[in-house]
Design a protein around this ligand. Structure first.
Ligand code: SIN
Length: 331
C-alpha cells in the first residue's frame, strides 16, 4: 500500500479564510478570519489524503502583505521542507498578491519538495465557496511525488500553474489565475493529476535561480513605474529616486516602449547605478529589447516576467550586485 504523505499547511489569511455576513456575499467580507485549524476542519476527509500539520503565520488580507513577512514565510517554508516528516507544503494566501509571494518563495527556498499556494475567490461563508476544494486539491498536489522538483506551484480551480507564469487575471471569476502564453502546468480531475507543460520561465532560466535570504532583514527598495499616455514627465522616476529606490521597473505600454522624454532620464538613472528593468503592462509576451536599449541606454529586459515579478527578481539580484550586465543575465 502507498505510504500516506505528510503535508504541512501554513496559513496567512485571505478570502479563503474570510467571513461575510451573508452567504450570498462575495464582496464586502472580511479576509483573514478563519484559523488554520478551521480551514483544515472545513474540508471533509482531508486527512484521508495526507497526514496534516498546520501553523498560522499571520491572518491578513494579502493587499497588506509585507516583504518582512515574506522573509519569515520563506524561512518557515525552508524549515518545514528540511523536516524528514514533511513531504509537501501548502500555503493558504489571499489571491491579490498570491502570485508575488509564490514567485518570491520560488527564488528563495531551496527544496525539491512540492510547495503549493492556494486561495479562494469566495469567502469561506459563501454558498459554493471555492476554498475547500482548492485546499483539497492543493494537499493532493503537495502529497503527490509527481509534483516534486517542479518549483513553487499555484493550485486554484482545478488548475496547476507555475509561480513564474501565473497571474491573477480576473477580479471576480473562480478561474482567476492563468499563465498567459504558456497555459497551466497541469490540471486535476478527481484523484488524477495531469501535467501538461513546463512553465515558460522554467524553460528560459528562472528555474535555476536561488537567492539566500539567510542574512537579510529587508529587501532593497525597487519601485514600479506604470507607463501611460501623459506619463512621460518623469514625476514618478524623480519621486522614486528621492525616496531612495535602488532599482526601477518600468511597465512599458508595449515591448520596451519607453517614451522619448523619459528615456534620457531612465538612461541617466541606470548610468548612476540604479538598474532599470523594462517590463510590459500588456499582460503577456516576452519583453526583448533592442541592442541600443540594452547597450546604450543600459536597460534590462524583464523577459517573461510581469512587472510585479520583475520587481522581486531585481530586489533579490540587488542583494548580490548592481552591475547591469550581471543582473541582465539573471532575467
Ligand atoms: C486577499 O488577497 O487577501 C483578498 C482577496 C482574495 O483573497 O481573493
Amino acid at each position: 500500500m502507498k505510504r500516506k504523505a505528510n503535508v504541512h499547511i501554513i496559513a496567512t489569511g485571505g478570502t479563503i479564510a474570510g467571513r461575510a455576513d451573508s452567504a450570498a456575499a462575495t464582496v464586502g467580507y472580511k479576509a483573514g478570519e478563519l484559523t488554520v485549524e478551521q480551514l483544515i476542519a472545513s474540508v471533509p476527509g482531508l486527512d484521508k489524503l495526507a497526514n496534516l500539520s498546520g501553523e498560522q503565520l499571520c491572518n491578513i488580507d494579502s493587499k497588506d502583505m509585507q516583504e518582512t513577512i515574506w522573509l519569515q514565510l520563506a524561512r518557515r517554508v525552508e524549515t518545514a521542507a528540511e523536516r524528514n516528516d514533511v513531504d509537501g507544503i501548502v500555503i493558504t494566501h489571499g489571491t491579490d498578491t498570491l502570485e508575488e509571494t509564490a514567485y518570491f518563495l520560488k527564488l528563495t527556498v531551496k527544496t525539491d519538495k512540492p510547495i503549493v499556494l492556494t486561495g479562494a475567490m469566495r469567502p469561506a461563508t459563501a454558498i459554493s465557496a471555492d476554498g475547500p476544494m482548492n485546499i483539497w486539491q492543493s494537499v493532493q498536489v503537495a502529497a503527490d511525488a509527481s509534483a516534486k522538483g517542479r518549483g513553487v506551484l499555484v493550485v486554484m480551480n482545478g488548475q496547476i500553474n507555475g509561480a513564474e507564469t501565473v497571474t491573477k487575471v480576473n477580479v471576480n471569476a473562480l478561474e482567476a489565475f492563468q499563465s498567459p502564453g504558456s497555459g497551466p502546468a497541469g490540471v486535476i480531475v478527481d484523484e488524477n493529476i495531469f501535467w501538461l507543460t513546463q512553465s515558460i520561465a522554467d524553460v528560459v532560466s528562472a528555474n535555476k535561480l536561488y537567492f539566500s535570504i539567510k542574512n537579510l532583514t529587508q529587501l532593497p527598495k525597487v519601485i514600479i513605474i506604470y507607463g501611460y499616455v501623459g506619463g512621460d514627465d518623469g514625476l514618478f522616476v524623480k519621486a522614486a529616486l528621492q525616496d531612495g529606490a535602488r532599482g526601477l521597473v518600468y511597465a512599458a505600454c508595449g515591448n520596451g516602449s519607453v517614451p522619448e522624454k523619459l528615456a534620457d532620464m531612465l538612461e541617466e538613472t541606470s548610468a548612476s547605478g540604479v538598474p532599470v528593468v523594462i517590463a510590459t503592462r500588456c499582460g503577456g509576451g516576452i519583453v526583448v529589447l533592442s541592442e541600443k536599449m540594452t547597450a546604450i541606454n543600459g536597460f534590462i529586459a524583464s523577459g517573461p516576467l510581469n512587472p510585479q515579478k520583475a520587481k522581486i527578481l531585481l530586489q533579490l539580484a540587488l542583494t548580490k550586485t548592481n552591475n547591469v550586465k550581471e543582473i541582465q543575465k539573471l532575467f
